[in-house]
Design a protein around this ligand. Structure first.
Ligand SMILES: [Zn+2]
Length: 311
Protein backbone atom coordinates (compact mmCIF):
# COMPACT_ATOMS: atom_id res chain seq x y z
CA UNK A 1 0.00 0.00 0.00
CA UNK A 2 1.21 3.46 -0.71
CA UNK A 3 0.75 7.10 -0.05
CA UNK A 4 -2.07 9.13 -1.56
CA UNK A 5 -1.61 12.75 -2.62
CA UNK A 6 -4.86 14.67 -2.99
CA UNK A 7 -4.52 17.89 -4.98
CA UNK A 8 -6.97 20.73 -5.33
CA UNK A 9 -7.43 21.95 -8.89
CA UNK A 10 -9.32 25.11 -7.88
CA UNK A 11 -6.83 26.34 -5.27
CA UNK A 12 -6.68 29.71 -7.06
CA UNK A 13 -10.41 30.31 -6.47
CA UNK A 14 -9.61 31.58 -2.98
CA UNK A 15 -8.15 35.03 -3.58
CA UNK A 16 -6.30 37.09 -0.97
CA UNK A 17 -5.02 40.67 -1.43
CA UNK A 18 -1.68 41.29 -3.16
CA UNK A 19 1.20 40.70 -0.77
CA UNK A 20 -0.83 38.43 1.54
CA UNK A 21 1.34 35.51 2.70
CA UNK A 22 -1.42 32.90 2.21
CA UNK A 23 -1.41 32.97 -1.59
CA UNK A 24 -2.07 30.55 -4.46
CA UNK A 25 1.64 30.34 -5.31
CA UNK A 26 2.10 28.23 -2.17
CA UNK A 27 0.35 25.33 -3.86
CA UNK A 28 2.31 25.81 -7.08
CA UNK A 29 5.49 25.42 -5.03
CA UNK A 30 4.15 22.14 -3.62
CA UNK A 31 3.09 20.89 -7.06
CA UNK A 32 6.61 21.50 -8.35
CA UNK A 33 8.23 19.80 -5.37
CA UNK A 34 6.01 16.71 -5.53
CA UNK A 35 6.28 16.57 -9.33
CA UNK A 36 9.85 15.31 -9.05
CA UNK A 37 10.84 11.74 -9.97
CA UNK A 38 11.34 10.86 -6.30
CA UNK A 39 7.57 11.13 -5.84
CA UNK A 40 6.56 9.05 -8.86
CA UNK A 41 5.23 6.37 -6.51
CA UNK A 42 2.46 8.56 -5.11
CA UNK A 43 -1.15 7.70 -5.86
CA UNK A 44 -2.52 11.00 -7.16
CA UNK A 45 -6.12 12.15 -7.05
CA UNK A 46 -7.92 15.43 -7.55
CA UNK A 47 -10.18 16.62 -4.77
CA UNK A 48 -13.89 16.41 -5.46
CA UNK A 49 -16.06 19.14 -4.08
CA UNK A 50 -17.04 18.38 -0.49
CA UNK A 51 -20.32 19.18 1.24
CA UNK A 52 -19.71 22.37 3.22
CA UNK A 53 -22.93 21.76 5.17
CA UNK A 54 -20.79 19.29 7.10
CA UNK A 55 -19.28 22.39 8.73
CA UNK A 56 -22.27 22.14 11.06
CA UNK A 57 -20.60 19.11 12.63
CA UNK A 58 -18.04 21.41 14.25
CA UNK A 59 -19.17 25.01 13.81
CA UNK A 60 -22.20 26.87 15.13
CA UNK A 61 -25.53 26.64 13.25
CA UNK A 62 -25.26 30.09 11.63
CA UNK A 63 -21.59 29.76 10.75
CA UNK A 64 -21.95 28.96 7.04
CA UNK A 65 -24.63 31.62 6.61
CA UNK A 66 -22.20 34.11 8.09
CA UNK A 67 -19.50 33.12 5.60
CA UNK A 68 -21.95 33.32 2.70
CA UNK A 69 -23.00 36.80 3.79
CA UNK A 70 -19.37 37.91 4.10
CA UNK A 71 -18.54 36.58 0.62
CA UNK A 72 -18.50 39.40 -1.97
CA UNK A 73 -20.03 38.96 -5.45
CA UNK A 74 -16.66 39.95 -6.82
CA UNK A 75 -13.31 41.09 -5.48
CA UNK A 76 -12.10 40.35 -1.98
CA UNK A 77 -13.95 40.93 1.28
CA UNK A 78 -12.34 41.23 4.69
CA UNK A 79 -13.37 39.20 7.74
CA UNK A 80 -10.72 40.37 10.19
CA UNK A 81 -7.33 42.02 10.10
CA UNK A 82 -5.70 39.17 8.16
CA UNK A 83 -8.57 36.92 7.03
CA UNK A 84 -10.15 37.47 3.63
CA UNK A 85 -12.95 35.92 1.56
CA UNK A 86 -13.42 36.18 -2.20
CA UNK A 87 -16.29 35.11 -4.44
CA UNK A 88 -14.63 31.72 -5.00
CA UNK A 89 -13.38 31.14 -1.46
CA UNK A 90 -16.20 28.81 -0.42
CA UNK A 91 -15.71 26.74 -3.59
CA UNK A 92 -12.05 26.38 -2.60
CA UNK A 93 -12.95 25.62 1.02
CA UNK A 94 -15.41 23.02 -0.29
CA UNK A 95 -12.78 21.19 -2.33
CA UNK A 96 -10.29 21.49 0.53
CA UNK A 97 -12.86 19.61 2.58
CA UNK A 98 -13.50 17.23 -0.34
CA UNK A 99 -9.77 16.47 -0.37
CA UNK A 100 -9.75 15.64 3.32
CA UNK A 101 -12.82 13.44 3.02
CA UNK A 102 -11.46 11.60 -0.04
CA UNK A 103 -8.19 10.98 1.81
CA UNK A 104 -10.10 9.78 4.86
CA UNK A 105 -12.12 7.35 2.78
CA UNK A 106 -9.08 5.97 0.95
CA UNK A 107 -7.16 5.38 4.17
CA UNK A 108 -10.19 4.06 6.09
CA UNK A 109 -10.94 1.56 3.32
CA UNK A 110 -7.31 0.51 3.05
CA UNK A 111 -6.84 1.85 -0.48
CA UNK A 112 -3.84 3.85 0.73
CA UNK A 113 -1.63 3.52 3.78
CA UNK A 114 -1.66 7.23 4.44
CA UNK A 115 -2.45 10.48 2.63
CA UNK A 116 -1.42 14.11 2.27
CA UNK A 117 -3.80 16.84 1.09
CA UNK A 118 -2.30 19.92 -0.59
CA UNK A 119 -5.09 22.39 0.11
CA UNK A 120 -5.93 26.00 0.87
CA UNK A 121 -7.31 27.95 2.63
CA UNK A 122 -5.96 26.47 5.87
CA UNK A 123 -8.37 25.68 8.70
CA UNK A 124 -6.92 25.18 12.19
CA UNK A 125 -7.57 28.72 13.46
CA UNK A 126 -11.31 28.61 12.64
CA UNK A 127 -13.16 28.38 15.96
CA UNK A 128 -16.68 27.10 16.64
CA UNK A 129 -18.18 30.52 15.93
CA UNK A 130 -15.39 32.50 14.29
CA UNK A 131 -13.29 32.29 11.12
CA UNK A 132 -9.85 33.84 11.73
CA UNK A 133 -6.13 33.64 10.96
CA UNK A 134 -6.47 33.01 7.18
CA UNK A 135 -8.91 30.16 8.00
CA UNK A 136 -12.55 29.99 6.92
CA UNK A 137 -13.66 26.46 7.82
CA UNK A 138 -11.93 24.05 10.21
CA UNK A 139 -11.35 21.30 7.67
CA UNK A 140 -9.41 18.89 9.89
CA UNK A 141 -12.06 19.08 12.61
CA UNK A 142 -14.76 18.09 10.12
CA UNK A 143 -12.60 15.22 8.86
CA UNK A 144 -12.16 14.04 12.46
CA UNK A 145 -15.93 14.05 13.00
CA UNK A 146 -16.49 12.16 9.75
CA UNK A 147 -13.90 9.56 10.78
CA UNK A 148 -16.12 8.94 13.80
CA UNK A 149 -19.50 9.26 12.11
CA UNK A 150 -18.86 7.48 8.84
CA UNK A 151 -16.02 5.07 9.56
CA UNK A 152 -16.69 4.14 13.16
CA UNK A 153 -13.50 5.54 14.66
CA UNK A 154 -14.09 5.96 18.37
CA UNK A 155 -10.91 7.84 19.15
CA UNK A 156 -9.36 10.30 16.73
CA UNK A 157 -6.07 12.09 17.34
CA UNK A 158 -5.02 15.35 15.73
CA UNK A 159 -1.37 16.39 15.93
CA UNK A 160 -0.69 19.96 14.79
CA UNK A 161 2.91 20.93 14.02
CA UNK A 162 2.09 24.26 12.37
CA UNK A 163 4.18 26.96 14.07
CA UNK A 164 0.97 28.67 15.24
CA UNK A 165 -1.30 27.18 17.87
CA UNK A 166 -4.46 25.64 16.41
CA UNK A 167 -6.83 27.56 18.65
CA UNK A 168 -9.81 26.63 16.49
CA UNK A 169 -9.27 22.89 16.67
CA UNK A 170 -8.68 23.13 20.41
CA UNK A 171 -11.85 25.23 20.79
CA UNK A 172 -13.88 22.59 18.96
CA UNK A 173 -12.60 19.52 20.82
CA UNK A 174 -11.40 20.66 24.25
CA UNK A 175 -14.59 19.37 25.92
CA UNK A 176 -14.72 16.11 23.93
CA UNK A 177 -12.59 13.27 25.25
CA UNK A 178 -13.08 11.19 22.08
CA UNK A 179 -10.74 13.52 20.18
CA UNK A 180 -7.12 14.14 21.22
CA UNK A 181 -5.48 17.39 20.18
CA UNK A 182 -1.76 18.03 20.52
CA UNK A 183 0.06 21.08 19.20
CA UNK A 184 3.65 22.22 19.06
CA UNK A 185 3.96 25.92 18.38
CA UNK A 186 6.10 28.97 18.94
CA UNK A 187 5.05 30.95 21.98
CA UNK A 188 4.54 33.84 22.29
CA UNK A 189 3.11 34.16 18.78
CA UNK A 190 -0.25 34.53 17.05
CA UNK A 191 -2.96 33.64 18.12
CA UNK A 192 -1.71 33.75 21.74
CA UNK A 193 -3.40 30.55 22.93
CA UNK A 194 -1.76 27.18 23.53
CA UNK A 195 -0.17 27.58 26.96
CA UNK A 196 0.93 24.26 28.49
CA UNK A 197 -1.77 24.70 31.15
CA UNK A 198 -4.51 24.43 28.51
CA UNK A 199 -5.28 20.73 28.72
CA UNK A 200 -9.00 20.51 27.93
CA UNK A 201 -10.37 17.52 29.78
CA UNK A 202 -7.00 15.81 29.65
CA UNK A 203 -7.31 15.35 25.87
CA UNK A 204 -5.32 18.46 24.91
CA UNK A 205 -1.51 18.73 24.97
CA UNK A 206 0.25 21.98 24.21
CA UNK A 207 4.02 22.14 23.73
CA UNK A 208 5.14 25.78 23.65
CA UNK A 209 8.48 26.34 21.92
CA UNK A 210 10.52 29.52 22.44
CA UNK A 211 11.32 31.76 19.47
CA UNK A 212 14.71 30.93 17.96
CA UNK A 213 14.57 27.29 19.06
CA UNK A 214 15.57 24.55 16.64
CA UNK A 215 14.70 20.98 15.76
CA UNK A 216 16.38 19.65 18.88
CA UNK A 217 13.93 21.55 21.13
CA UNK A 218 11.09 20.22 18.96
CA UNK A 219 12.36 16.65 19.30
CA UNK A 220 12.62 16.99 23.07
CA UNK A 221 9.06 18.36 23.30
CA UNK A 222 7.67 15.50 21.24
CA UNK A 223 9.67 12.80 23.04
CA UNK A 224 8.79 14.13 26.50
CA UNK A 225 5.23 15.30 26.01
CA UNK A 226 3.31 14.72 22.80
CA UNK A 227 4.39 11.25 21.64
CA UNK A 228 3.79 9.53 25.01
CA UNK A 229 0.37 11.21 25.33
CA UNK A 230 -0.53 10.20 21.77
CA UNK A 231 0.60 6.65 22.41
CA UNK A 232 -1.46 6.48 25.60
CA UNK A 233 -4.56 7.88 23.86
CA UNK A 234 -4.33 4.99 21.37
CA UNK A 235 -6.23 6.58 18.49
CA UNK A 236 -8.13 4.66 15.82
CA UNK A 237 -7.08 7.33 13.34
CA UNK A 238 -4.32 9.94 13.29
CA UNK A 239 -4.85 13.26 11.54
CA UNK A 240 -2.05 15.79 11.09
CA UNK A 241 -2.38 19.57 10.79
CA UNK A 242 0.75 19.93 8.70
CA UNK A 243 2.02 23.49 8.68
CA UNK A 244 5.52 24.25 7.47
CA UNK A 245 5.94 27.71 8.96
CA UNK A 246 8.29 26.42 11.67
CA UNK A 247 10.88 26.28 8.85
CA UNK A 248 13.87 28.54 9.53
CA UNK A 249 13.08 30.63 6.44
CA UNK A 250 9.46 31.42 7.25
CA UNK A 251 8.62 35.14 7.34
CA UNK A 252 5.77 34.87 9.87
CA UNK A 253 7.55 33.04 12.68
CA UNK A 254 10.93 32.53 14.33
CA UNK A 255 11.60 28.81 14.79
CA UNK A 256 14.56 27.13 13.12
CA UNK A 257 13.36 23.76 11.89
CA UNK A 258 15.09 22.16 8.91
CA UNK A 259 13.47 19.84 6.36
CA UNK A 260 15.03 16.85 8.17
CA UNK A 261 13.12 17.88 11.29
CA UNK A 262 9.80 17.56 9.46
CA UNK A 263 10.92 14.12 8.24
CA UNK A 264 11.97 13.05 11.76
CA UNK A 265 8.66 14.17 13.25
CA UNK A 266 6.62 12.49 10.52
CA UNK A 267 8.53 9.26 11.09
CA UNK A 268 7.85 9.37 14.83
CA UNK A 269 4.12 9.97 14.27
CA UNK A 270 4.08 7.05 11.82
CA UNK A 271 5.67 4.78 14.43
CA UNK A 272 2.84 5.54 16.87
CA UNK A 273 0.23 5.16 14.11
CA UNK A 274 1.76 1.81 13.13
CA UNK A 275 1.46 0.57 16.70
CA UNK A 276 -1.96 2.02 17.45
CA UNK A 277 -4.03 2.34 14.28
CA UNK A 278 -2.49 0.25 11.52
CA UNK A 279 -0.60 3.27 10.23
CA UNK A 280 -3.74 5.22 9.31
CA UNK A 281 -2.68 8.85 8.85
CA UNK A 282 -4.37 11.66 6.97
CA UNK A 283 -2.31 14.85 6.80
CA UNK A 284 -3.79 18.21 5.79
CA UNK A 285 -1.76 21.24 4.78
CA UNK A 286 -2.12 24.25 7.08
CA UNK A 287 0.48 27.09 6.99
CA UNK A 288 3.94 27.61 5.49
CA UNK A 289 4.74 30.94 3.87
CA UNK A 290 8.30 30.81 2.56
CA UNK A 291 8.19 29.27 -0.91
CA UNK A 292 11.31 27.14 -0.48
CA UNK A 293 10.59 26.38 3.16
CA UNK A 294 7.16 25.11 2.23
CA UNK A 295 8.36 23.08 -0.76
CA UNK A 296 11.23 21.39 1.07
CA UNK A 297 9.16 20.81 4.21
CA UNK A 298 6.34 19.18 2.27
CA UNK A 299 8.83 17.07 0.31
CA UNK A 300 10.40 15.86 3.57
CA UNK A 301 6.98 15.15 5.14
CA UNK A 302 5.54 13.33 2.14
CA UNK A 303 8.80 11.48 1.56
CA UNK A 304 8.62 10.20 5.13
CA UNK A 305 4.96 9.20 4.66
CA UNK A 306 6.12 7.18 1.64
CA UNK A 307 8.68 5.43 3.82
CA UNK A 308 11.81 7.06 2.45
CA UNK A 309 13.08 7.60 6.01
CA UNK A 310 14.61 10.70 7.52
CA UNK A 311 16.93 13.02 5.62
ZN1 LIG B 1 0.76 28.76 10.89
Amino acid sequence: MSTLLVSQRNFESHVTPAGHPERPDRLRAIEEALGRERFAGLIRKDAPSGDLQLAELVHGPRYLDGLRRARPAEGVGQIDEDTFISSGSLDAAGTALGAGLLALEAVALGQARNAFCAIRPPGHHAEIDRPMGFCLVNTIAIVAREAQRKYGAERVAIVDFDVHHGNGTQDIFQADGSVFYASSHQMPLYPGTGAPGETGMGNVVNAALPGGSDGLAMQEAYEALILPALEAFAPDFLLISAGFDADYRDPLAGLNWRPADFAWLTGKLMEVADRRCEGRIVSLLEGGYDRNGLATGVAAHVGALMGFGAG
